[in-house]
Ligand binder design. Structure first.
Ligand code: C2O
Ligand code: CU
Ligand code: CU
Length: 496
């Protein structure tokens, strides 16, 4: 019997997401570690940024050294900062003893600079892409995209954030002091063994991908950031391999979503909770001028009923009363009155987003994400027993699945035959028309590069590619559950 529960199906037990491993118990007895802020690698003036892909050891828990991968450090990499109309000059050096490809997720750059699996660096090889940044301000990221190894390498730490600024983002009075009131927040789930090593196995991953037990933020468990008593911008990145989260605050406070994957929304959208799928970015602003401590929760959506707001409230109230409420905050924001606060009101108007007219849409393509049980007896054993693909075909580096014309709007319709999947397209931002068979919510109405599908319901996006991708260096579209991707739920396309 298949073990997958659709995310719309009901959760098992709230206790599960409290993730009680012995190591974690030991940890919760002590205080919160400080939120690690990845160093800023400032490429705004076009200077060459050196990125050493390396192995190392990182302490997720005090006194425990965990073997990891990272970029210029033991786990994760620096935050790369760039600007619209400049060139982001990178120099990757692969210091590992296996091949690595690093992709700039969300960047609108030609296929030859995209960092897909064709651009794998052999051990000790370097790759020096000069990325022309033409797109507007956004929070993007970079991560491993090595053929068949994306899940393993990303899980061990090959990922980092990219921040793009532009004239509009400069002119809006949004919090922008990096590491002070403008915080990178990379959300990941990890499982540790009794010795504190990361546990990962593509073969043993369930149908929903590899789900970790413990949430880590920028590589720390339940960290704390001391922030000014004003507006705080969180650049949330779901950098997990497979986990969908409901993001909310423990006191149910209202926050404003200001940007989605591809940049600023037209106006801030007030929310008290939101879903984040793997690969997705959401910039939010939370107001701490009341001086109260705010606890950010990242609830495991697979253990909640996605449509049952009431159930989320129940769990929150249970958590609020229990000693777990502190332990379970993914991130605690504590006010420090001595820090300079941004108290400017949120802008009423931000980006201008022009949707194409129906007459401009030249072509429709349909994609069905498939997971077939190769053998019903082995069906529940994990991915190894399943054939994953898109439109019945598994990823083949030698096959170009789609050929797209540059500069033309297209409608891409996507659905899955089973389960929830975050679909991602390289080389573009798109506009969601329909999500899971329903009209797009306001909070998802901006530029995106991931869209969620659930079971039979179609999602559809309007997309246009402005850069070239040749058959030698094609773009990818794929499920961003990395175990699905590594198992073949991916396709290649050219833009000419
Ligand atoms: Cu973030 Cu092709 O991936
Ligand atoms: Cu991508
Ligand atoms: Cu998938």
């Amino acid at each position: 019997m298949p073990v997958t529960l659709s995310r719309r199906q009901f959760l098992g037990t709230a206790a599960l997401f409290l993730g009680t491993s012995c190591l974690k118990q030991a940890w919760s007895a002590s205080s919160h570690p400080p939120l690690p802020i990845p160093p800023l690698a400032d490429g705004r003036d076009g200077s060459l940024l050196d990125l050493q892909i390396q192995s190392g050891e990182w302490s997720f828990m005090p006194g425990v050294r965990t073997p990891t991968l990272g970029i210029n450090q033991s786990y994760l990499g620096p935050t790369l900062r760039t600007r619209q109309h400049s060139t982001l000059n990178l120099n990757y050096h692969n210091r590992l003893d296996e091949g690595v490809a690093i992709h700039g997720h969300g960047l609108h750059v030609p296929g030859s600079l995209d960092g897909g699996p064709q651009l794998e660096m052999a051990p000790d090889a370097q790759w020096q892409p000069a990325l022309p940044i033409v797109q507007p301000a956004a929070t993007c990221w970079y991560h491993s995209h090595t053929h068949g190894r994306t899940g393993y390498q990303t899980y061990h730490g090959l990922a980092g954030m990219i921040i793009i600024d532009d004239a509009l983002s400069d002119s809006l009075e949004l919090p922008d002091q990096y590491g002070i009131d403008d915080l990178p927040v990379i959300i990941q789930d990890r499982t540790f063994d009794a010795r504190g090593r990361l546990v990962y196995s593509l073969e043993d991953a369930g149908e929903d991908g590899w789900l970790g037990e413990t949430v880590v933020i920028n590589g720390a468990i339940s960290p704390l950031a001391r922030v000014p008593a004003g507006k705080i911008r969180l650049r949330l990145l779901n950098g997990s391999n497979a986990r969908f989260y409901i993001v909310t605050f423990a006191d149910n406070r209202t926050f404003h979503k200001i940007a989605s994957d591809g940049g600023l929304l037209t106006a801030p959208v007030p929310l008290t909770s939101m879903e984040m799928s793997p690969g997705e970015r959401c910039e939010i602003v939370v107001d701490l001028s009341d001086g109260q401590t705010a606890r950010l929760l990242t609830l495991f959506e697979d253990l909640l009923d996605a449509e049952g707001e009431g159930i989320i409230d129940d769990i929150l109230s249970v958590m609020g009363q229990s000693e777990f409420s502190q332990q379970e905050a993914a991130l605690t924001l504590e006010v420090d009155q001595s820090l300079r606060a941004n108290r400017a009101p949120l802008p009423e108007k931000m980006a201008t987003i022009v949707r194409p007219e129906e007459s401009e849409i030249k072509r429709t393509r349909s994609f069905v994400l498939t997971m077939d049980h190769a053998d019903s007896h082995a069906g529940h054993k994990g991915h190894a027993a399943m054939d994953m693909g898109i439109n019945g075909q598994a990823m083949d580096m030698n096959v170009i699945n789609e050929r797209v014309k540059r500069g033309e709007w297209e409608r891409w319709r996507i659905r899955a035959d089973q389960g929830a999947h975050p679909f991602h397209i390289h080389g573009c931002s798109f506009l969601i028309e329909q999500m899971e068979g329903e009209t797009v919510p306001l909070s998802q109405s901006g530029w995106k590069d991931t869209v969620v599908l659930d079971d039979d319901d179609w999602s559809s996006v309007l997309v246009r590619f402005d850069h070239r991708a040749t058959a030698e260096f094609p773009y990818m579209y794929h499920c961003h559950i990395l175990e699905h991707e590594d198992r073949g739920m991916m396709g290649q396309f050219t833009v000419t």
